[in-house]
Design a protein around this ligand. Structure first.
Ligand code: SAM
Length: 283
């Protein structure tokens, strides 16, 4: 029985060593935003990430693993899951992995997954929910770090406002350290965010260098919170800032004009959720 299963699965695994293989060319092209947009897919690197993504129900299109891992029970299990969900399994050489990831010492397991966005208008917030809205975020490292930090603090959704960097770029996904699979992403224009806010019942707290409230003095309890962060260069535009219920400022000393966006977002998130976080709670 076990032998049968093995023979069957091996038949569904393609072995590839050539960079000229068209399937590999297609996967390598996912480094480009244009190709990710056309296919609606993206790359995630690392065995743990791929296992977590499958557990959370993300749709895998292709599993790629290093030939050296052939026969490892965990990898066999991921491969079987991929096949069961209609995905392709590729066993490849180190050279192919290096080319796909564009890195020396590449991860030995890579997945191609479907991108997921959830519509903002269908979303409802509970009293203890905190969301983060990012106005035109530009830097993939900042976005990935924010997704990771949001996940760590129990933030369930990030709204990308206006033209933003692609959250599914390799750099952003790497910086999320797997949290890309745990936090919902929505996209909205500034007008759509504000229209949603009018009926949401949420407190919209803008994080602003000229904010009149110390971010530690705001009451974040008993009501859903949306923390709105400004663009790295321009900050929050006038229209968005005016629509906020509160404008929060993080006090600074020293010569720095402002904090890095990801750091400021981290401070805002942990302050807004301070009353909900405890060492005893592992949600
Ligand atoms: N030159 C920009 C400006 O005038 O806003 C600086 C933008 S800052 C690098 C990026 C974002 O991080 C800001 O829009 C704001 O949301 C947040 N931020 C950074 N430092 C902050 C502070 N001290 N207080 C409140 N928000 C801050």
């Amino acid at each position: 029985m076990a032998e049968n299963h093995k023979r069957q699965r091996v038949g569904q695994v393609k072995e590839i060593t050539s960079l000229a293989n068209p399937v590999i060319k297609d996967i390598r092209a996912l480094a480009q935003k244009k190709r990710r947009d056309e296919t609606g897919t993206f790359l995630a690197e690392g065995r743990k990430l791929v296992i977590d993504a499958l557990e959370l129900g993300w749709q895998i299109r292709t599993l790629i693993y290093a030939k050296a891992l052939r026969g490892q029970p965990q990898v066999e299990a991921i491969a079987a899951k991929t096949v069961a969900r209609g995905g392709l399994v590729l066993e490849v050489s180190e050279k192919v992995l290096t080319a796909i990831t564009r890195r020396d010492n590449p991860q030995a397991v890579i997945g191609v997954f479907d991108q997921q966005y959830s519509p903002l208008d269908a979303a409802e917030m509970g009293a203890n929910d905190t969301w983060v809205a990012l106005d035109r975020v530009r830097d993939p490292g900042n976005l990935g770090t924010i997704v990771r930090t949001a996940d760590a603090a129990g933030v369930r959704r990030i709204v990308l406002v206006g033209e933003t960097v692609d959250p599914f770029s390799m750099e952003a996904v790497r910086a999320t350290m797997g949290s890309i699979f745990a936090v919902s992403l929505s996209r909205a224009s500034a007008a759509e965010l504000l229209a949603w806010h009018r009926t949401s019942g949420a407190q919209l707290v803008g994080s602003h260098l000229a904010g009149s409230s110390d971010y530690r003095s705001i009451d974040y309890a008993g009501r859903p919170q949306v923390l709105l962060m400004g663009n790295e260069q321009a900050g929050l535009p006038e229209g968005l800032a005016r629509a906020c219920d509160r404008l929060a400022r993080i006090p600074q000393a020293g010569r720095a004009d402002s904090l890095n966006l990801a750091i400021a977002t981290g401070l805002m998130i942990f302050e807004a959720r301070r009353h909900l976080l405890s060492l005893d709670v592992t949600e």
